[in-house]
Write a protein that binds this ligand. Sequence first.
Ligand code: GLA
Length: 417
Amino acid sequence: MITSFILASALALLPTQVLASNNGLAITPQMGWNTWNKYGCNIDEQLILDAAKAIVSSGLKDYGYNYVVIDDCWQKNERENNKTLLPDPTKFPRGMKPLVDDIHAMGLKVGIYSSAGTLTCGGHIASLGYEEIDAKTWASWGMDYLKYDNCYNQGQSGTAKLSYDRYNVMSQALNKTGRPILYSLCNWGEDGPWNFASTIGNSWRLSGDIYDNFNRPDPACPCETYDCLLPGFRCSVMNIINKSVAVAQKARSGGWNDMDMLEVGNGGMTHEEYRLHYTMWAALKSPLLLGNDVTNMTAQTKEIIMNDEVIAVNQDSSYSPAVRMWVKGDQQMFSGSLANNTQVVILLNAGDNETKMTATWDDIWFYSLPNVDSSKSIEVRDLWQKKNLGKFSHQITLDVPAHGVRMVKFMGSAQSS
Ligand code: GLA
């Protein structure tokens, strides 16, 4: 009797949120750097070591960017004894373990890439059917992270069950190694990973590959909505945002919607566009994986990726992604709750001209209606200007640049009860 009472009380105290894949990783969205967006297949040990050193010396590490992820094209195209994966000996002459050890010695973690198919998207040997062997190999090298792609999947997709089963084999294999390895699914939103991946992985891609462009329509990325069947590639930032908003609320601590690696600093967008890009990835709680040359960054690039107040929104302990509250033509308004009764609000202008945008207290605290006190006066801080704008009540109106955002934090709540 007493025992069952104690047990029931203990159970009541357990957090209601069950962590994705129960590996205890990605409590907040993972942050780091990935080789693919800037370098594609042109990678080798030196390039990765130089990037890792720059992540430390530039201060990026102190902002939370701690995973160095080696994307596709690291493999030798032949398994040792038909079993063990090997790195390409010309690119990684020392093998993988010494490189991983060097990066660990810098206080960083390391990630690797493969595909839940017979080949990777770059045509290299992949892991379907070799899950346990490969997971063990990566664990023996000291890997902390796996990005797991979807190419050459032998038709084992098309239903959530097929995709779940295929990705689950690797999830189990990673867990079996006993090493905590963050599991980042990359199936481009196919079969709705937001509905099946949260129990097996720490993040899942939502779309076809990002392209370093703000809003260019591209025939290679035909889908405008999340439930379209052709993820494609060369997807613009606005295309990915418009797909992601529909499933934003599926993100949770330990399992995040991945909007793809960042393009900030790669040259295809203006400063305002990059700011918008980074703002939305941060607010929708996407992993923040840099995709630029971190050994050579402009002051403008650093200003974006080293804004501690914006990063704090992404890493906030409320774990709540911002929600799109309305769309009016080119204008969109987002609101998201943060810890300590504070709130992030984003006014996004995808149009070609600067414009004034207004958000009312009912827009911002829509989910608290009817208990919203519009007369409540609240201090507002601009997170890009890094300054307080003063106190506002009822509504806020701000000038929003073309292809840009205003991202503000409300230092209190208008909830009346
Ligand atoms: C796919 C992924 C990309 C990248 C490449 C590598 O396209 O979506 O992020 O990993 O494969 O070939």
